[in-house]
Design a binder for this molecule. Structure first.
Ligand code: 5GP
Length: 112
């Protein structure tokens, strides 16, 4: 079980900004921008490599909620970035699929 499952189960605290039956969004404990929210499926998918064809609706749902969360956080006009790290070279540190929503300042490119 990852730390994100413990957040879903309310076993450890988190600053939750959105939740429904399929996904939950909470503020990153180590924010890299003024707004840094993690959006995760409640289903414990490890990473992009482990998304199944049967998860198509779930993944689409998460993207629509990311859009809504960005609007709620006031990022729609200024812009923002959605990042999904996958595996060792991708810099993934928690083995539960998560979408970083980063905004509130200009973000440089390319990433490190
Ligand atoms: P990754 O490096 O896997 O793409 O991202 C994992 C993210 O989870 C990191 O940005 C890290 O700060 C965040 N994180 C790790 N543990 C916790 C926690 O217990 N609570 C919250 N809110 N975020 C966490």
């Amino acid at each position: 079980m990852t730390i994100f499952t413990k957040i879903i189960n309310r076993e450890i605290p988190a600053d939750i900004v959105y939740e429904d039956d399929q996904c939950i969004a909470f503020r990153d404990v180590s924010p890299q921008a003024p707004v840094h929210i993690l959006v995760i499926p409640k289903k414990p998918i490890v990473n992009v490599e482990n998304i199944g064809d049967e998860d198509q609706m779930l993944i689409g749902h998460i993207w629509l909620r990311i859009r809504d969360i960005a609007r709620t956080e006031g990022l729609s006009e200024s812009g923002y970035r959605v990042v999904v790290n996958c595996g060792a070279d991708g810099g993934q540190s928690v083995d539960h699929l998560h979408y970083h929503v980063l905004g509130g300042r200009p973000l440089s490119w390319p990433p490190g």
